[in-house]
Design a protein around this ligand. Structure first.
Ligand code: PLP
Length: 390
């Protein structure tokens, strides 16, 4: 009999994933991110990226990065705690705090690291973290790593959360939620969540990966959208989506940010993000704040999509007013088939299946960008109306 070596075991696991249709394949872009990426020599019309404002290849942002690279080099060479921290990082943290209206901001290399860092720094054994059941994977991982008791609550269900918080006698209570849910596009009921945190003396961590730059006056994010401000709020914004660059930040009251700076292992034990990227984000913030037309364009495109789609009984658009417009088709096979049929027509839309979303709710995740023009939506709508079962 053949010995079951580690590599044979891994190959068998991969083969099983393949049989279940769960293997993922990457596609290599032959140029910059944008709504018309080139892949294998063919130009597509894409509705897949989180570059909501179309800034990932903006010449002003690119120039800021290039000029900063000439002055500061490419690599940061060390963690922020050693010599990786520069005046460009320092300046960006001040600007992010101003931009979001929060007392202080701390930069991270990615949203994934920011969420893990903030959650593990702020919560520990004996504490309780209340987590929306549709939260992003990085929040789920952060709550697990924190070693706090994790209490999942039904999606956006304030009454259920109230009862769960009331039943807990944890030393510290922390409610954790996406600001805009990444696979559904709906906005968390933050005023209600904050009221519960006031009642139960808890902190509220809001991961605004999909709201920063998109929602609120000047794109300040979901807190500005609701007009919320509170020393209980821990705000996480990411800089690789609407901001078009890379990285993330945690913004909150000084003692919260200082705790994260002192305790987050994903802050301490990683090389600082290059200073040139901080300069790029700085240029991007200027555009995000000033160019309101990008958010207006997004709102117009969302409206055009909703107006144009003729959806039969087999599908429905999720209730979303954000640039994330999921078209829920139900089964995995229909979702994959629709995505493949669009691709044949030169249109890229990602099919999202379980376990990323609940079984029976496989979907096309349509992500709009201010770089789309009305004709792009018309093309998508025409293709979907042709493909979807009436
Ligand atoms: C993308 C995303 C993150 C991770 O941010 P990165 O900067 O890409 O690591 C965190 N939370 C949510 C909700 C996201 O969609």
């Amino acid at each position: 009999m053949l010995r079951d070596t580690p590599s044979r075991r891994l190959s068998a696991k991969l083969a099983a994933l393949g049989r279940d249709g769960l293997l993922r394949r990457r596609q290599a872009l032959e140029g910059p991110q944008g709504v018309r990426p080139r892949i294998d020599g063919r130009e597509y019309l894409a509705f897949c990226s989180n570059d909501y404002l179309g800034l990932a290849n903006d010449p002003r942002v690119v120039r800021a990065a290039v000029e900063a690279a000439q002055l500061f080099g490419v690599g940061s060479g060390a963690s922020h705690m050693v010599t990786g921290h520069s005046v460009l990082h320092e300046r960006l943290e001040l600007r992010l705090a101003q931009f979001t209206g929060l007392p202080r901001a701390l930069l991270f290399c990615s949203g994934y690291q920011a969420n893990i860092g903030a959650l593990t720094a702020l919560a520990g054994r004996g504490d309780a973290v209340f987590s929306d059941e549709r939260n992003h994977a990085s929040l789920i991982d952060g709550t697990r790593l924190s070693r706090a008791d994790v209490v999942r609550y039904p999606h956006c269900d304030l009454a259920a959360l109230d009862a769960l918080m009331g039943a807990s006698d944890a030393a510290l209570k922390l409610v954790v939620t996406d600001g805009v849910f990444s696979m559904d596009g709906d906005i968390a009921p933050l005023p209600g969540l904050l009221a519960l945190c006031d009642r139960h003396d808890a902190l509220l961590l809001v991961d605004d990966a999909h709201g920063f730059g998109v929602l609120g006056a000047r794109g300040a994010g979901v807190l500005a959208h609701f007009g919320l401000s509170s020393p209980r709020i821990v705000y996480v914004g990411t800089l690789g989506k609407a901001a078009g660059v890379s990285g993330a930040f945690v913004a909150a009251a000084d003692e919260i940010v200082e705790t994260v700076l002192q305790q987050a292992r994903t802050y301490m034990f990683t090389t600082a993000s290059p200073a040139m990227l901080a300069a790029a984000v700085d240029a991007s913030l200027e555009i995000i704040g000033d160019e309101e037309w990008r958010r207006e364009r997004l709102r117009d495109l969302v409206a055009a999509l909703k107006r144009g789609l003729r959806i039969g009984a087999g599908a429905r658009l999720a209730a979303s007013d954000t640039p994330i417009q999921p078209l829920i088709v139900g089964g995995n096979e229909p979702a994959l088939a629709a995505s493949a049929a669009l691709r044949e027509r030169g249109i890229l839309v990602t099919a999202i299946r379980p376990p990323t979303v609940a079984a029976g709710t496989a979907r096309l995740r349509i992500a709009l960008s201010a770089a789309h023009v009305p004709d792009d939506i018309a093309r998508l709508v025409a293709a979907l109306n042709e493909i979807l079962p009436a």
